[in-house]
Design a binder for this molecule. Sequence first.
Ligand code: GTP
Ligand code: MG
Length: 195
Amino acid sequence: LFVGEVEFLKGVVAMDGLPPDDRVEVCFAGRSNVGKSSLINALTGRKGLARASNTPGRTQEINYFTLADSHFLVDLPGYGFANAPLAKVKEWQALLKQYLAGRVGLRRAFVLIDFRHGVKAVDEEIMSLLDGSAVTFQCVLTKADKVKAADRDRVLAQVREKLAKHPAAFPEIVTTSSETGDGIPTLRAIIAGLA
Ligand code: GTP
Ligand code: MG
């Protein structure tokens, strides 16, 4: 599974654009710039598959990728983008809520957190939305190559403490780097194991 078996399917901006709900689905959520697109590229071994950029908020659509003939990988638009107009934010929250409530195939959401920064208020909002939608989520710490050794334990403890408050949170945390490939095989195995 994964390498050589992933294709971009489509970008979706409204519920009626979603593909048939007939595969095992996982989605990637996280603040703008946290590394969602880079993680999908690393998982699939294809650098340019999901666009990754330095400009926060670049991924504005719900991007669907097919994995073999069994899974959908879903790259969600980043949240917490400082300059986004309120109307846009509300629109996006409404679409996200509908999406989370409406996909039978959705087995797990991965909530990406920058390992250097830990869980922020906007991340907790998404976690609460996932609780309310009864979508199991797992925390993925990104940019592990950038975190200082002295900060690791403190951030991990903060993340654990936050997760403990969310009934939909899966307790195991995955640490990753799309740069070095750390944790990527682990995450692949987790996704492949969801049926
Ligand atoms: P939006 O689509 O805007 O929500 O952003 P995103 O979450 O998809 O982030 P993206 O993958 O575009 O990455 C943002 C920036 O972080 C890019 O400059 C990436 O190269 C960088 N980046 C992502 N993952 C890593 C990582 O593991 N290590 C390092 N050092 N940089 C990373
Ligand atoms: Mg992106």
